[in-house]
Design a binder for this molecule. Structure first.
Ligand SMILES: Cc1cc2nc3c(=O)[nH]c(=O)nc-3n(C[C@H](O)[C@H](O)[C@H](O)COP(=O)(O)OP(=O)(O)OC[C@H]3O[C@@H](n4cnc5c(N)ncnc54)[C@H](O)[C@@H]3O)c2cc1C
Length: 208
C-alpha cells in the first residue's frame, strides 16, 4: 500500500514533513473581455506576466506574486498590478475595461527553497539524520545505506508556477518508485527533486 501527500504548501502540517522548506505564494489573475486588437491574437504573449488568446470571449491575464500570503480574496489592487504589467509590456495595446472592472481568481502556489519540485518517498527524519550524520564533517563521504523512509508514504508538492507541465512526469516518477520499475528520469534528476535533499543539505551545512 502507498499514500501520497499532495496538499501543496500545507504538506508541512503533517509532522512527518514539518521540516520541508515550502513557501505559499498567492497569485491572482484578471479576466478581461476580448476587444479591439486583442480579438486577433493568435498565440499567448508572455511578458513579465502573460496574456493568452481569448476563451469564451475573455483573456485570463496573469498573474500576481504575493509571498507568504495564503488568502484568496479577489483584490482590485491585484487587478491593477496585472493590467499595469500588460500596459507596460505591450504599450501599443489599449486595455479597455468594462465599467465594472475585471473579474478574476486568486489561488496559492507552493514553492520550495530551491524552486525545484518535491517528489519521492518521505524520509524518516530522525533515522535519516542519524544514518547520514557523517556528512556533517565530510559532505562527499559515501555512506552506503538505503534511505530510511516512512513506509509507503510519498510526497508530491512544490510545483510552483509550473505544476500543469511538471506534475504528470513527477507522478510517473512516484509510480516507478512505488512499483520498483524503471524511472522516467535519470538518477541525478530524481535526486534533484527528492524530498531528502533538504535533510542532506541541513547536515552538510551543520544546521541540525
Ligand atoms: C494564479 C496562478 C496561475 C498559475 N498558472 C500556471 C500555469 O500557467 N501553468 C502551470 O503549469 N501552472 C500554473 N500555476 C501553478 C499550478 O496551479 C500549480 O503548480 C498546481 O496547481 C499545483 O498542484 P498541486 O496539486 O500540487 O497543488 P494545489 O493545486 O494547490 O492542490 C492542493 C490541494 O490540497 C488541498 N488540501 C490542503 N490541505 C488539505 C488537507 N489537509 N486535506 C485535504 N485537502 C487538502 C487544497 O485545498 C488544494 O485543493 C498557477 C498558479 C496560480 C496560483
Amino acid at each position: 500500500d502507498a499514500a501520497v501527500i499532495t496538499t501543496a504548501w500545507e504538506a508541512v502540517n503533517d509532522k512527518r514533513l514539518s521540516w520541508l522548506p515550502v513557501q505559499p505564494i498567492r497569485g491572482q489573475t484578471s479576466h478581461i473581455d476580448s476587444h479591439g486588437p486583442l480579438v486577433a491574437m493568435k498565440c499567448t504573449v508572455c511578458h513579465e506576466g502573460y496574456t493568452p488568446t481569448a476563451k469564451m470571449g475573455q483573456h485570463c491575464v496573469g498573474a500576481t506574486y504575493g509571498l507568504n500570503d495564503t488568502t484568496t480574496d479577489e483584490r482590485p489592487e491585484d487587478h491593477e498590478t496585472n493590467l499595469n504589467q500588460l500596459r507596460a509590456n505591450l504599450p501599443s495595446l489599449p486595455v479597455l475595461l468594462s465599467p465594472q472592472g475585471p473579474k478574476g481568481q486568486a489561488s496559492i502556489r507552493c514553492a520550495t527553497a530551491d524552486y525545484l519540485p518535491v517528489a519521492g518517498p518521505v524520509p524518516n527524519e530522525t533515522v535519516f539524520l542519524a544514518t547520514y550524520d557523517g556528512l556533517r564533517h565530510d559532505r562527499k563521504r559515501i555512506i552506503d545505506a538505503k534511505q530510511p523512509s516512512v513506509a509507503g508514504l510519498f510526497v508530491l508538492t512544490g510545483l510552483g508556477s509550473r505544476g500543469l507541465t511538471s506534475a504528470p512526469l513527477l507522478a510517473e516518477l512516484l509510480v516507478s518508485q512505488m512499483m520498483n520499475t524503471p524511472p522516467p528520469l535519470p538518477r541525478y534528476l530524481s535526486k534533484a527533486v527528492s524530498p531528502a535533499r533538504f535533510l542532506r543539505r541541513k547536515l552538510v551545512k551543520g544546521l541540525t
